[in-house]
Design a protein around this ligand. Structure first.
Ligand code: SF4
Length: 148
């Protein structure tokens, strides 16, 4: 009951980092959630619990090591839910998709999030600007409302 009220009155985003350089995470955690951009004023909160989440926001390329965990996190989020791929790495694998030679790790990278779970919104950039992340979140919230 309390959980239903909470879900109806706020949007909870679970941020998952699957690889990459952490630049996108810094934009979300240190910029978008900061008092300057203040995403919480729109009742959009971060959560680290998939069972509380409405939106799964993924940063970084999906690595083979993270594939199973990402699927499990996605399955643990109750319906209705949305997935946002934040940054070039989460959309295509970014610079990590073509690593090779001495770095030799391209065989450890699956690529974009959409190769593993369904994605509802892509937020391009390396990293995306905080304004773009906020705008994208604002644009998908009506989709979530439509699913409820
Ligand atoms: S998109 Fe750019 S900033 Fe974001 S994780 Fe990849 S390399 Fe880092």
């Amino acid at each position: 009951m309390l959980k239903e009220i909470s879900r109806k009155n706020a949007v909870h985003i679970m941020l998952v980092y699957t690889g990459g350089c952490n630049g996108c995470d810094i934009e979300v955690v240190n910029a978008v959630m900061s008092p300057f951009y203040d995403m919480e004023q729109y009742k959009v909160m971060l959560t680290w619990n998939p069972r509380e989440a409405d939106i799964l926001a993924v940063t970084g390329p999906v690595t083979k090591k993270f594939e199973k965990a990402l699927k499990e996190i996605y399955e643990a989020i109750p319906e209705p839910k949305l997935v946002a791929a934040i940054g070039t790495c989460a959309i295509t694998g970014g610079p990590y998709a073509n690593l090779g030679g001495d770095l030799g790790s391209s065989d450890q990278i699956i690529g974009g999030v959409a190769k593993v779970i369904p994605v509802d919104a892509n937020i391009p950039g390396c990293p995306p600007r905080p304004e773009d992340i906020l705008q994208a979140v604002a644009s998908v919230i009506p989709l979530l409302a439509g699913k409820r």
